[in-house]
Design a protein around this ligand. Sequence first.
Ligand code: MN
Length: 244
Amino acid sequence: MRILVVNDDGIYSPGILALAQVANEFGEVRIVAPDVERSSMGHAVTHSRPLSYRRTPILGFEAFRVDGTPADCVAVGFSIWEKADVVLSGINFGVNLGNSMWHSGTLAGAKQAALMGSRGIALSAPTTRDGPDFERLKPHIAHVLKTVLPDPELNLVNVNLPDDPQGVMWTRQSVRHYDGKVVPSKDPMGRQHYWFTVFPVEETEEGTDRWAMDRHYVSMTPLRLDLTDHQALASVQARTGKLL
Ligand code: MN
């Protein structure tokens, strides 16, 4: 099995090395990752300038750093290494639960794989004072890969690992809304600036990714690329007809 490992924290993140080390037990690994951190840029792609990559071997792994986004890295990786059987994206410094899936560069790496007809698994862990303890997480990551990789129905999975996993749970995406305000402040020169903030405005729903993580379970959410609201579509078609 050919495994392409990507992330959004940049190629020198310890999270990508930990993931590559676990992935190495499951197949042939290559790392293709952004040259600098590209967190929270979602599924951005670079279309107004060319991309380039440089070979950057890391502790025995064949690795390439790309001057682009996580989605770019997967596209470039698939071009220089034909297609991989699966893309593993992470391990991200910081969880990617619920609403943050819309902003996540980590998840975008996995989504790009699914868009290109491969499979993608995104993995994230909370940042603690000392960062995620990757050595402690490694057996749990191996457990996740053992579960997901043999199942062809699972094309795109978002995984979050608490720092002390008590088990693994299948979950759905939390859709808890947030206020998303930009809070004004002043820089040291007295100039106005703004911070984007995320404060949830709803409770955590049972069975969701956030709910599992609150209970110290590894959360695994199968996702799909189809954003269509099938229920709303059927309902509106029933009311107005398919042709207006
Ligand atoms: Mn990140």
